[in-house]
Design a protein around this ligand. Structure first.
Ligand SMILES: Nc1ncnc2c1ncn2[C@@H]1O[C@H](COP(=O)(O)OP(=O)(O)OP(=O)(O)O)[C@@H](O)[C@H]1O
Length: 250
């Protein structure tokens, strides 16, 4: 495994009663790398994200963010990661700028740092014109972009995207993915992008296929296609997971 990893999971397991949600999952993300975590419904993606963000503790195994162990040094680990959750979590009554300022304050950023950073990020993501509007007046795509800006405010080294395009139309999905890919290369961010949509996974440098709590593949999409003798990632994924059809193209 890469020793410079921004994220390293080692043999992580989690059980809910009789359900083994994660079974000895190991994966890593390098700086500047986007890794797609591809799995059908129930594969364990959300459970893994709950462990990566310190919401739950693994039964066994370790999660490290830039070498900081999530169990022993959660504050140091969490300081290095930004996250966009599957469920939208914006205060719809606050203006975009007020929402971002509030989160900058939560991160303890002095306003001399946060104000120019918010301006720069709003400009960078094409949100400057809506900065004064309450979030409820924004499109779904722009709301998600505000959540992306919020996740990047404290300049994290690792970005976690948990099925963040759910509910967006195809154009907004593609745009959000492009924005994240660009932020990755501009900022050297490591990105873990969880999805059940194969077309989103095709853009990643590496694909980790999770199925029934186990990692079935960790490598490039091309290598997966070659390994399975499939013409497309969709075909390779279906062969790998035994034809389960709820990982889709859109
Ligand atoms: N709180 C819980 N209590 C009991 N079982 C759970 C709980 N959360 C998840 N599970 C089970 O653990 C397994 C993994 O679920 P998880 O939500 O992590 O998968 P997922 O890949 O995120 O699925 P989806 O794409 O549908 O969000 C599933 O069998 C699910 O039913």
């Amino acid at each position: 495994m890469n020793t410079d990893a921004v994220l390293r999971c080692t043999e992580v397991s989690k059980r809910y009663g009789r359900t083994q949600a994660l079974d000895a999952v190991s994966l890593s993300v390098a700086p500047g790398e986007m890794v797609a975590l591809l799995g059908p419904n129930g594969a364990g993606k959300t459970t893994l994200f709950q462990l990566l963000t310190g919401l739950y503790v693994a039964d066994s195994g370790a999660v490290e963010v830039l070498g900081a162990d999530m169990r022993r040094e959660p504050v140091r680990a969490l300081a290095q990661l930004g996250v966009v959750f599957q469920q939208p979590a914006l205060d719809l009554n606050l203006s975009v700028r007020a929402s971002l300022r509030f989160h900058a304050d939560l991160h303890g950023l002095p306003s001399s740092v946060s104000r120019p950073r918010i301006d720069e990020l709003l400009q960078r993501f094409g949100l400057a014109e809506v900065a004064g509007k309450p979030a409820r007046e924004l499109s779904g795509g722009n709301r998600r972009k505000v959540e992306l800006v919020r996740a990047l405010l404290h300049a994290p080294r690792l970005l976690l995207m948990d099925e963040a395009t759910v509910g967006l139309d195809p154009a907004s999905r593609a745009q959000l993915l492009e924005e994240v890919l660009q932020a990755r290369s501009e900022r050297g961010l490591g990105v873990l992008w969880a999805t059940h949509l194969v077309d989103e996974a095709e853009k990643a440098q590496r694909v980790v296929v999770l199925h029934k709590g186990k990692v079935l593949w960790d490598g490039t999409a091309q290598a997966l296609c070659a390994d399975r003798g499939a013409a497309s990632l969709q075909g390779a994924f279906l062969k790998l997971t035994g034809g389960q059809k709820n990982a889709t193209t859109a």
